[in-house]
Every structure is written in structure tokens, then in C-alpha cells.
Design a binder for this molecule. Sequence first.
Ligand SMILES: Cc1ncc(COP(=O)(O)O)c(C=O)c1O
Length: 371
Amino acid sequence: MNASNPWQPGGPVPRAGALEIAPYVPGQSRAPHGGPVIKLSSNESAIGPSPAAVAAYRQAAESLHRYPDAASAALRSALAEMHGIDAGGIVCGDGSDELLHLLALGYAGPGDEVLYSQYGFVVYPMAALSVGATPRAVPERNYTVDVGAMAAAVTDETRIVFIANPNSTGTCLAAAEIERLHAALPARVLLVLDAAYAEFVTDDAYEPGIAMVRDHANVVMTRTFSKAYGLAGLRLGWCFAPPAVADVLNRLRGPFNVTAPAQAAGVAALADIAFLDTVRAHNSEWRSWLAAELKGLGLAVLPSSANFVMTRFAAGAVQAAAALAHLAGDGILVRGMGPYGLHDCLRITVGDERSMRALVKSLGEFLEAAE
Ligand SMILES: Cc1ncc(COP(=O)(O)O)c(C=O)c1O
């Protein structure tokens, strides 16, 4: 327990863990010199939202004096139909971030351990600390979740295992590997499969977690509308959970945690299947293009199943930071991976054609000048 609050001696004392949380650092959104930017730092959609979703959002503005549907019923029913799952197991949230926090709140507390894979997502340790639990990072192998290491890290205190699949590095585990991990976990441990980038995966061996949730009482899958659906600004996520877990989340969440415009836009976005197909096709094409161009520049590129590509600078952290600054100077914002401890890496969102060509040109100029 905190004996005192260092910020305000003698004042209210925050709960254990609160002051240990390193505030989230979002991807850069401004260039040093101001002016227009090409933002490739937050894995937002290259194409933006479906026009149908935007129209539904505008339409919902007519009824802003009304509270939203507390059950997000229409949205859950649309999700259930699309994925062939039971709407009773779906809980919607204010982004999937909220659901990750609610899962920590529901299943961990002081004295408990929350395991997460080293490069999973910086929100996992934040969620653990916010409920007074102890986060423990489990080392990855080749920037990929190490199933054996994760299984070996489980102790009597472990309550939750968070896995991002695809990972924040872009790598992905096949369904069989997730099954193997689950088989190694005691039944009391909740396995959270964060499938924020599921829509971008093209590998047939992948399964986002739907089958796992159906088959097991201790698995939850989280999803988001922030990436492939291009609705990051709206804050809309959902999870599919066993009934008992969904029940806990529904008790803990705020009654009106998803706004009416978000629910309406979500329903419309799901109905626009052709748009999602276009988004996926664009991503596959330009992800391959970007990876090939980066390799052509002599950079190491990690295979990606998501809407971004991570690249590593052989000359290390100093060169990665210099490249980040050079790109920002050209108004091109990408993600430095320092918060993940990957100081020699940059992560680049797959953007539209103009952004991709501008990025490769700027990076090429940087590397040429460095020679
Ligand atoms: C792996 C992962 N999970 C979850 C999220 C959060 O998504 P949301 O916008 O739904 O809160 C992100 C966002 O970048 C992410 O990368």
C-alpha cells in the first residue's frame, strides 16, 4: 500500500499500483514544424470508415437528447449474426481498451498476477496495475508469443493471461498454438485473446478466438472497430465471452458505456461488407508492397499479419530515433517502439498509396544520407 501520495503529501492516497502506471503514449499526431502530416503512427485505417457508418453516425446526432440503448442490443445482434455466435456472450465497450480494463477489474486484484506477452499491448500492464494486481511480462521468442515460456510462467497467483494475436509486432499465432497454450493453463486462469487486428489476417491457420470461447469457460476474445472498420475516434469495441464472464462484465461496466452514435455507426459498418473487403484487399496489397520496399532499402522487416509493418535498424536505437525524427521532419509520423523496449525498431501503419510512397522516399533519403 502507498503510505503517502508523493504529489500531495497529507492528501488523498491513491490505491496501490495507480502511481506505477506509466501514462499511455499515443502515436505522434503532430509534426515538429506543424503543418499537414501523414499519420502512420497509430495503426488507424488507411481508408477510413464506411460512408454508411458515417451517415448512421450523423443520423444518430438527431437524437442526442436520448440515452443510448444500455444493452447495445442491435449492435450485439448484428455482431452475433455476422460471426455466427450467441449475442448473450457479446459485451460492447468504449473501445476494446475498456473491456481489457473491465476484465482486469473482474478477475484480478491485489496479490494476483497478470501475465502478458512481452510485446503484447502496453494497456495490459496498465489494466493490471489499475486494479492493484501485479503485471508480469513473459519474454517472447523472435518477437512472437512464446507458448512454452508463457505456460511455464503461470504460478498459483496467476489470474489472467493477455495475448495479442496478432501481436503488437505484427506476428501471429496459429489456432493450434493458442490451443496448446490454453491446454497448459489451469481452469481458473482467464485467457484473453486480443484480436484487434483479426480482420487483416490472411493465414488460414489463424482463428481469432471464437471457437476457443465456444469450447472453453475461461477464454475471452476482444475485438475493435478502431482498425479495419476505421472508427477509432468513435471508441467502439466488443468481446465474446462465456456467459459467466459476460455476466461479470455487464455488472462492472457503466450502464451507458457505448454511445448511441457509436452503436448506430457500428451496425452500419457491419452491414457494409463490400467496404470491409476493400479495406482488407488494400491492406494485403500495400502491406506486401511496404515490406518489399523496406527490404529493398536494406532494412530488416518482421512478417506482419496486421495493418502495420515493424522494421529494425541494424545500426540500433540511435539510427531508429534519427529515422523517426527525419520522417517527422518530412511530416511523416510513424511509431517509435521504445514503450515496448524495442528501441531499434519503428512501426509503420499501412496507409494509402500516397502515404506509402512518401514514406519510402523519405526513408530512402535518410538511409542514403547515413551511408
Ligand atoms: C493489440 C491492441 N489491442 C487493443 C487496442 C485498442 O483498441 P481500441 O481502440 O478498441 O481501444 C489496440 C490499439 O492500438 C491494439 O493495438
